[in-house]
Design a protein around this ligand. Structure first.
Ligand SMILES: Nc1ncnc2c1ncn2[C@@H]1O[C@H](COP(=O)(O)OP(=O)(O)OP(=O)(O)O)[C@@H](O)[C@H]1O
Ligand SMILES: O=P(O)(O)OC[C@H]1O[C@H](OP(=O)(O)OP(=O)(O)O)[C@H](O)[C@@H]1O
Length: 231
Protein backbone atom coordinates (compact mmCIF):
# COMPACT_ATOMS: atom_id res chain seq x y z
CA UNK A 1 0.00 0.00 0.00
CA UNK A 2 1.32 3.48 -0.84
CA UNK A 3 1.68 5.79 2.15
CA UNK A 4 1.07 9.48 1.42
CA UNK A 5 2.70 12.17 3.56
CA UNK A 6 1.48 15.76 3.15
CA UNK A 7 4.08 18.48 3.72
CA UNK A 8 3.79 22.28 3.49
CA UNK A 9 4.37 23.53 -0.04
CA UNK A 10 5.02 27.08 1.19
CA UNK A 11 4.90 29.23 4.27
CA UNK A 12 6.75 29.33 7.54
CA UNK A 13 6.96 25.58 8.15
CA UNK A 14 8.20 24.43 4.73
CA UNK A 15 11.97 24.58 5.24
CA UNK A 16 11.93 23.13 8.76
CA UNK A 17 9.87 20.18 7.47
CA UNK A 18 12.38 19.32 4.75
CA UNK A 19 15.16 19.59 7.34
CA UNK A 20 13.40 17.10 9.67
CA UNK A 21 12.99 14.58 6.85
CA UNK A 22 16.61 15.07 5.85
CA UNK A 23 17.81 14.42 9.42
CA UNK A 24 15.46 11.43 9.63
CA UNK A 25 17.32 9.86 6.71
CA UNK A 26 14.35 10.39 4.39
CA UNK A 27 15.45 13.19 2.03
CA UNK A 28 12.63 14.38 -0.18
CA UNK A 29 12.94 14.89 -3.89
CA UNK A 30 10.39 16.66 -6.05
CA UNK A 31 8.87 14.59 -8.82
CA UNK A 32 9.07 16.51 -12.08
CA UNK A 33 10.21 20.10 -11.75
CA UNK A 34 10.69 22.40 -8.76
CA UNK A 35 7.13 23.66 -8.85
CA UNK A 36 5.65 20.18 -8.76
CA UNK A 37 3.20 19.36 -5.96
CA UNK A 38 4.32 15.75 -5.75
CA UNK A 39 7.49 14.29 -4.34
CA UNK A 40 9.00 11.08 -3.08
CA UNK A 41 11.43 9.94 -0.44
CA UNK A 42 14.71 8.99 -2.03
CA UNK A 43 15.34 5.95 0.13
CA UNK A 44 11.79 4.57 0.40
CA UNK A 45 9.65 2.77 -2.13
CA UNK A 46 5.90 3.10 -1.65
CA UNK A 47 5.94 6.54 -0.01
CA UNK A 48 4.50 9.54 -1.81
CA UNK A 49 4.79 13.19 -0.77
CA UNK A 50 1.93 15.64 -1.42
CA UNK A 51 2.85 19.32 -1.07
CA UNK A 52 -0.12 21.31 0.23
CA UNK A 53 -0.73 24.42 2.37
CA UNK A 54 -0.76 24.04 6.16
CA UNK A 55 -4.55 24.30 6.43
CA UNK A 56 -5.15 21.95 3.49
CA UNK A 57 -2.94 19.40 5.23
CA UNK A 58 -5.12 19.39 8.33
CA UNK A 59 -8.22 18.94 6.15
CA UNK A 60 -6.74 16.08 4.14
CA UNK A 61 -5.63 14.24 7.29
CA UNK A 62 -9.13 14.74 8.71
CA UNK A 63 -10.83 13.15 5.74
CA UNK A 64 -8.20 10.41 5.49
CA UNK A 65 -7.06 11.23 1.97
CA UNK A 66 -3.46 11.34 3.20
CA UNK A 67 -1.86 9.05 5.79
CA UNK A 68 0.47 11.51 7.50
CA UNK A 69 0.96 15.25 7.48
CA UNK A 70 3.04 17.91 9.11
CA UNK A 71 1.03 20.93 10.16
CA UNK A 72 0.21 23.07 13.20
CA UNK A 73 -1.73 21.47 16.06
CA UNK A 74 -3.97 24.58 16.08
CA UNK A 75 -5.10 23.92 12.50
CA UNK A 76 -5.83 20.26 13.24
CA UNK A 77 -7.83 20.94 16.42
CA UNK A 78 -9.69 23.83 14.80
CA UNK A 79 -10.42 21.84 11.67
CA UNK A 80 -12.10 18.79 13.22
CA UNK A 81 -14.19 17.77 16.20
CA UNK A 82 -12.74 15.03 18.44
CA UNK A 83 -9.33 15.31 16.85
CA UNK A 84 -7.69 12.76 19.16
CA UNK A 85 -10.14 10.09 18.07
CA UNK A 86 -9.51 10.72 14.39
CA UNK A 87 -5.80 11.42 14.32
CA UNK A 88 -2.66 10.58 16.26
CA UNK A 89 -0.19 13.32 17.13
CA UNK A 90 2.94 11.20 16.60
CA UNK A 91 5.64 13.80 17.30
CA UNK A 92 5.94 17.47 18.27
CA UNK A 93 8.60 18.88 16.02
CA UNK A 94 9.92 21.92 17.88
CA UNK A 95 9.16 24.63 15.31
CA UNK A 96 6.08 26.60 14.21
CA UNK A 97 5.37 27.55 17.81
CA UNK A 98 2.33 29.78 18.32
CA UNK A 99 -0.14 30.15 21.19
CA UNK A 100 -3.87 30.51 20.53
CA UNK A 101 -4.91 33.13 23.10
CA UNK A 102 -7.78 35.23 24.40
CA UNK A 103 -6.77 38.90 24.36
CA UNK A 104 -8.69 41.96 25.54
CA UNK A 105 -7.94 45.71 25.35
CA UNK A 106 -5.18 46.74 27.79
CA UNK A 107 -7.48 49.42 29.17
CA UNK A 108 -9.82 46.76 30.59
CA UNK A 109 -7.96 47.10 33.89
CA UNK A 110 -10.38 44.94 35.89
CA UNK A 111 -10.26 42.04 33.45
CA UNK A 112 -7.32 39.68 33.97
CA UNK A 113 -8.86 36.19 33.98
CA UNK A 114 -11.51 34.20 32.15
CA UNK A 115 -13.69 34.49 35.28
CA UNK A 116 -13.44 38.30 35.03
CA UNK A 117 -14.36 38.03 31.37
CA UNK A 118 -17.39 35.90 32.29
CA UNK A 119 -18.53 38.67 34.66
CA UNK A 120 -18.10 41.26 31.92
CA UNK A 121 -19.99 39.10 29.41
CA UNK A 122 -22.90 38.63 31.82
CA UNK A 123 -24.01 42.26 31.75
CA UNK A 124 -22.32 43.39 28.54
CA UNK A 125 -25.57 43.78 26.62
CA UNK A 126 -27.19 45.85 29.36
CA UNK A 127 -24.18 48.16 29.44
CA UNK A 128 -23.27 48.35 25.76
CA UNK A 129 -26.39 47.36 23.86
CA UNK A 130 -24.84 44.27 22.26
CA UNK A 131 -23.39 40.95 23.34
CA UNK A 132 -19.65 40.68 23.95
CA UNK A 133 -18.17 40.13 20.49
CA UNK A 134 -15.09 37.99 19.78
CA UNK A 135 -13.17 38.33 16.49
CA UNK A 136 -11.46 35.11 15.47
CA UNK A 137 -10.81 32.55 12.78
CA UNK A 138 -10.68 29.86 15.51
CA UNK A 139 -14.43 29.22 15.93
CA UNK A 140 -14.24 25.72 17.29
CA UNK A 141 -11.42 26.37 19.77
CA UNK A 142 -13.13 29.55 20.98
CA UNK A 143 -16.48 27.83 21.54
CA UNK A 144 -14.88 24.90 23.38
CA UNK A 145 -12.83 27.18 25.60
CA UNK A 146 -15.51 29.79 26.35
CA UNK A 147 -18.57 27.56 26.63
CA UNK A 148 -17.36 24.12 27.71
CA UNK A 149 -14.31 25.01 29.77
CA UNK A 150 -15.35 28.36 31.27
CA UNK A 151 -19.15 28.31 31.12
CA UNK A 152 -19.30 31.60 29.24
CA UNK A 153 -22.34 31.53 26.97
CA UNK A 154 -23.15 35.18 26.41
CA UNK A 155 -20.89 36.16 23.55
CA UNK A 156 -20.97 36.31 19.79
CA UNK A 157 -18.21 35.32 17.37
CA UNK A 158 -17.50 37.45 14.33
CA UNK A 159 -15.35 35.76 11.75
CA UNK A 160 -12.06 37.45 11.05
CA UNK A 161 -9.93 36.29 8.17
CA UNK A 162 -7.04 38.66 8.74
CA UNK A 163 -5.79 41.56 10.87
CA UNK A 164 -7.76 40.13 13.79
CA UNK A 165 -5.78 42.17 16.33
CA UNK A 166 -7.12 45.35 14.72
CA UNK A 167 -10.77 44.43 15.29
CA UNK A 168 -11.24 45.99 18.77
CA UNK A 169 -9.73 49.35 17.72
CA UNK A 170 -11.75 49.26 14.50
CA UNK A 171 -14.93 48.66 16.51
CA UNK A 172 -15.81 45.40 14.74
CA UNK A 173 -15.31 43.30 17.92
CA UNK A 174 -14.64 43.78 21.64
CA UNK A 175 -11.96 41.13 22.14
CA UNK A 176 -10.06 38.58 20.05
CA UNK A 177 -8.88 34.98 19.94
CA UNK A 178 -5.81 34.61 17.73
CA UNK A 179 -2.34 33.17 17.57
CA UNK A 180 0.68 34.93 18.88
CA UNK A 181 4.33 34.04 18.82
CA UNK A 182 6.47 37.03 19.81
CA UNK A 183 3.51 39.03 21.18
CA UNK A 184 4.50 42.11 19.21
CA UNK A 185 1.27 42.30 17.17
CA UNK A 186 -0.81 42.19 20.35
CA UNK A 187 1.33 44.89 21.97
CA UNK A 188 1.14 47.10 18.90
CA UNK A 189 -2.64 46.87 19.10
CA UNK A 190 -2.81 47.52 22.88
CA UNK A 191 -4.19 44.10 23.70
CA UNK A 192 -3.26 41.87 26.67
CA UNK A 193 -3.54 38.11 27.08
CA UNK A 194 -5.71 36.98 30.00
CA UNK A 195 -3.63 35.19 32.65
CA UNK A 196 -5.51 31.92 32.07
CA UNK A 197 -6.35 32.78 28.47
CA UNK A 198 -3.97 30.43 26.65
CA UNK A 199 -6.26 28.08 24.74
CA UNK A 200 -3.56 26.02 23.08
CA UNK A 201 0.22 25.98 22.84
CA UNK A 202 0.61 24.93 19.25
CA UNK A 203 3.61 23.79 17.24
CA UNK A 204 4.23 21.80 14.08
CA UNK A 205 3.41 18.12 14.58
CA UNK A 206 3.71 14.88 12.64
CA UNK A 207 0.06 13.81 12.50
CA UNK A 208 -1.32 10.44 11.39
CA UNK A 209 -4.85 9.79 10.17
CA UNK A 210 -6.13 6.82 12.21
CA UNK A 211 -6.85 4.19 9.53
CA UNK A 212 -7.40 0.47 9.90
CA UNK A 213 -5.03 -0.18 7.02
CA UNK A 214 -2.16 1.20 9.14
CA UNK A 215 -2.40 -1.59 11.66
CA UNK A 216 0.55 -3.91 11.25
CA UNK A 217 1.99 -1.89 8.36
CA UNK A 218 5.74 -1.72 9.08
CA UNK A 219 6.18 1.36 6.88
CA UNK A 220 3.86 3.37 9.14
CA UNK A 221 5.96 2.56 12.21
CA UNK A 222 9.19 3.13 10.29
CA UNK A 223 8.15 6.67 9.31
CA UNK A 224 7.14 7.58 12.87
CA UNK A 225 10.37 6.20 14.35
CA UNK A 226 12.54 7.92 11.75
CA UNK A 227 10.94 11.32 12.39
CA UNK A 228 11.20 10.86 16.18
CA UNK A 229 14.85 9.97 15.87
CA UNK A 230 15.49 13.27 14.08
CA UNK A 231 14.24 15.46 16.93
N1 LIG B 1 3.60 34.12 13.86
C1 LIG B 1 2.81 33.20 13.31
N2 LIG B 1 1.77 33.58 12.58
C2 LIG B 1 0.97 32.67 11.98
N3 LIG B 1 1.11 31.35 12.08
C3 LIG B 1 2.12 30.92 12.81
C4 LIG B 1 3.02 31.80 13.46
N4 LIG B 1 3.92 31.07 14.09
C5 LIG B 1 3.60 29.78 13.88
N5 LIG B 1 2.50 29.68 13.11
C6 LIG B 1 1.84 28.44 12.73
O1 LIG B 1 1.99 28.22 11.36
C7 LIG B 1 0.85 27.54 10.82
C8 LIG B 1 0.36 28.28 9.61
O2 LIG B 1 1.39 28.28 8.71
P1 LIG B 1 1.37 29.21 7.45
O3 LIG B 1 0.97 30.59 7.85
O4 LIG B 1 2.63 28.99 6.74
O5 LIG B 1 0.20 28.56 6.68
P2 LIG B 1 -0.27 29.04 5.29
O6 LIG B 1 0.68 28.55 4.27
O7 LIG B 1 -0.58 30.49 5.41
O8 LIG B 1 -1.54 28.18 5.17
P3 LIG B 1 -2.84 28.67 4.50
O9 LIG B 1 -2.42 29.42 3.27
O10 LIG B 1 -3.57 27.42 4.19
O11 LIG B 1 -3.47 29.52 5.57
C9 LIG B 1 -0.18 27.47 11.94
O12 LIG B 1 -0.19 26.17 12.49
C10 LIG B 1 0.34 28.45 12.96
O13 LIG B 1 0.06 28.08 14.30
O1 LIG C 1 2.99 37.44 18.06
P1 LIG C 1 3.53 37.85 16.72
O2 LIG C 1 4.96 37.44 16.54
O3 LIG C 1 3.33 39.31 16.47
O4 LIG C 1 2.78 37.02 15.60
C1 LIG C 1 1.39 36.97 15.51
C2 LIG C 1 0.88 37.44 14.21
O5 LIG C 1 1.49 36.74 13.12
C3 LIG C 1 0.49 36.21 12.28
O6 LIG C 1 0.20 37.02 11.26
P2 LIG C 1 1.10 37.11 9.93
O7 LIG C 1 1.38 38.54 9.68
O8 LIG C 1 2.27 36.21 9.97
O9 LIG C 1 0.15 36.65 8.79
P3 LIG C 1 -0.96 35.53 8.70
O10 LIG C 1 -2.07 35.97 9.63
O11 LIG C 1 -1.35 35.56 7.27
O12 LIG C 1 -0.32 34.24 9.12
C4 LIG C 1 -0.72 36.04 13.20
O13 LIG C 1 -1.93 36.03 12.51
C5 LIG C 1 -0.60 37.19 14.14
O14 LIG C 1 -1.26 38.32 13.62
Amino acid sequence: MTITIALPSKGRMKDDCSAVFERAGMPIVAVGNDRSYRGRVESLEGVEIAFLSASEISREIGNGSVDFGITGEDLVREGMAEADRRVEFCARLGFGHADVVVAVPEIWLDVDTMADLGDVAADFRARHGHRLTVATKYWRLTQQFFSSQHGIQLYRIVESLGATEGAPAAGSADIIVDITSTGSTLRANHLKILSDGIILRSEACLVRARKESHEGDPMVQRIISAVRSAL
